[in-house]
Design a protein around this ligand. Structure first.
Ligand code: OSB
Ligand code: MG
Length: 375
């Protein structure tokens, strides 16, 4: 694959419903869509950096800058035999994993299309997941009242989702969990704190233990391993790390330190599919289950996530849910659907295997840039 062309688009899509985390509330999603072309074939990737640097230090503006000024010159005109070669080719750039993943994942799509296989096959997905679909969960943001939270939980359970995750922060934690446990007996339930607590909060967080949560996700600092390891010795609830695991190496350190018993994999956080496969394999080798996280992706990023979720150690339901929870309409048609049994079918066409609606992309585009290899 000799990369001839890279197209960047800054897109803005209104969210069907606001999404609130411990960082604040958002009403729309801006992101950079990356298209690469080689040998007349396109591949597309969604850079998951958000408009603000709250989940991660990357933003749509930093990823645009890094893609245009540093990644594109390293990739354009270069021939890759396999998408695995992309991440190492960008090694000179420190960090910026979301920008790197945007292009790396586009090259995976291109490669799978060229090979005429669905992306899940190129990634090494397992037959049972490819045939039967992947298990889907939902992430429910912080609401204005416990009453509204109960309504959201009821709606998602009725849709079939296999586990409920709620966002928590100080002041919106124990009462919310207690209400759900009281009203919805025995459902698979977990919480995500997005780094809203400190080690001193250990006694408070231990009060979650009696509720038998599947896990608590990222309770402490976004770049911490050490305090999570200490916290895990004081909690019965398994800790799952998200933000902290931005490289495979740090994930190895976290596992060895006992900082997490479960891992959330987001390809944007670690630099793409190849790094995600390595993280998946590392976790599997240590008996650590993984699940696929979500970044409020459009159907394009969501399709990438579905294909990656077919790897065999994705044994817990992911934050990979139906399009209609996020965007109406989505950028793909049909959108991603969840089936009544809480699974999502894996697209069977070449590459991502979804139909991208170019008119919707054009309508959502705020900025566009095309870069070409010099011949
Ligand atoms: O921490 O998992 C997170 C969304 C944006 C940024 C970070 C996170 C999330 C979610 C939503 O939890 C997952 C989704 O539904 O896409
Ligand atoms: Mg999270």
């Amino acid at each position: 694959m000799r990369i001839e062309r890279i197209e960047l688009r800054l897109l803005r899509l209104p969210l069907v419903r606001f999404f609130e985390t411990s960082f604040g509330r958002i009403y729309d999603r801006t992101f950079v869509l990356v298209t690469v072309t080689a040998d007349g074939v396109d591949g597309v990737g969604e850079c998951v950096a958000e408009g603000n640097p709250f989940y991660s230090s990357e933003t749509t503006a930093t990823s645009w800058h890094i893609l245009r000024d540093f990644i594109a010159p390293l990739v354009l005109g270069r021939a890759f035999a396999h998408p695995r070669e992309v991440f190492p080719a960008l090694q000179v750039i420190r960090g910026h994993n979301m920008a790197k993943a945007g292009i790396e994942m586009a090259v995976w799509d291109l490669y799978a299309r060229q090979q005429g296989v669905p992306l899940c096959r190129a990634l090494g997905g397992s037959d049972p997941f490819i045939q039967n679909g992947i298990a889907s969960g939902v992430s429910i943001g912080i609401q204005d009242s416990l009453e509204e939270l109960a309504e959201r939980v009821a709606i998602e359970l009725a849709a079939g989702y296999r586990r409920i995750k709620i966002k928590i922060k100080p002041g919106w934690d124990l009462d919310a969990v207690e209400m759900i446990r009281h009203r919805f007996d025995g459902i698979p339930l977990m919480v995500d704190a997005n780094a809203a607590y400190h080690l001193q909060d250990a006694p408070h967080l231990a009060r979650l233990d009696p509720f038998e949560l599947m896990m608590i996700e990222q309770p402490l600092d976004y770049d911490d391993v050490h305090d999570h390891a200490e916290l895990q010795t004081r909690l019965r609830t398994p800790i799952c790390l998200d933000e902290s695991l931005h490289t495979v190496k740090i994930a190895g350190e976290a596992i060895r330190a006992g900082a997490c018993r479960i891992i959330n994999i987001k390809p944007g956080r670690v630099g793409g599919h190849a790094q995600s496969i390595d993280l998946h394999d590392l976790a599997a080798a240590h008996g650590i289950p993984v699940w696929h996280g979500g970044m409020l992706e459009s159907g394009i990023g969501r399709a990438h996530n579905i294909h990656l979720s077919t790897l065999p150690n994705f044994t817990l339901p992911g934050d990979v849910a139906a399009s209609r929870r996020y965007f109406a309409p989505d950028l793909i048609d049909p959108g991603i659907e969840v089936r009544p049994d809480g699974t999502i079918a894996v697209p069977t066409g070449p590459g991502l295997g979804v139909e991208i609606v170019s008119d919707r992309i054009s309508a959502a585009t705020e900025e566009r840039l095309e870069l070409r290899a010099s011949h």
